[in-house]
Design a protein around this ligand. Sequence first.
Ligand SMILES: Cc1cc2nc3c(=O)[nH]c(=O)nc-3n(C[C@H](O)[C@H](O)[C@H](O)COP(=O)(O)O)c2cc1C
Length: 218
Amino acid sequence: MGRRSLIVYSSFTGNTEKIAGQFERTFEKNGWTCDSVRIRKKAEDILNPPFAIDEYDFLCVGSGIRSHLPYNETLNVLRRLRLGTDPRVALQWRGETIPYITAPLPESPPPFRDPKLIDRHRKMVLSPESPKAIVFVTYSGYEFGPKEAEPSLMLLALEVEHLGFECLGSFCCPGRFLDDPTPRAYHGDIRDRPNEKDLLKAELFIEEKLEQIADRAG
Ligand SMILES: Cc1cc2nc3c(=O)[nH]c(=O)nc-3n(C[C@H](O)[C@H](O)[C@H](O)COP(=O)(O)O)c2cc1C
């Protein structure tokens, strides 16, 4: 297995970016190359993400959480990669769109007649040779703590496996909710999170995955 990693994430207030930065340093410390791409609310980031996904051996996908779900920027770039076209083509089936993408929708046949989509829309089996992935989120978890990160992590894991990457696990940690001291919340005051301990856990998490890959290869 090669040693090229890619981190793709979106972060509005910088918490998820801190974890992405720690992951990047950990890959590099372990002799991997690492490209890190923050997806912004911009048409170009979604429609033409600046990387070729199939050039990587290890993918990390991350996001903060709003209304119990990962940011649309992360989800839409994954949809773009999976569909090979403007993600609005799929979102329209849900009655949704991406407000900051204003170009006309590409002409496309209905999904059940599009040869490209039909070809990808089949049973997928990941193998030991498949490239690897992990997913990560930062969250506030006011009411239920880490349980509130689970739906987002599961959704991101499903999306990366649709891209052909075997998901080896997920990482989450609390991230400050703006300047709210959150006295009554599950995790208490999280204004310093992610803190040094969270970053250390993030580092150990990646190191453990790299050891797992090396053990499997050996
Ligand atoms: C408007 C808003 C809505 C949020 N909704 C949730 C939520 O539903 N569940 C949750 O656990 N955290 C929620 N959060 C907390 C963020 O997910 C958390 O602060 C995260 O670390 C932000 O990541 P970022 O700094 O990378 O953007 C919300 C934060 C904001 C500002």
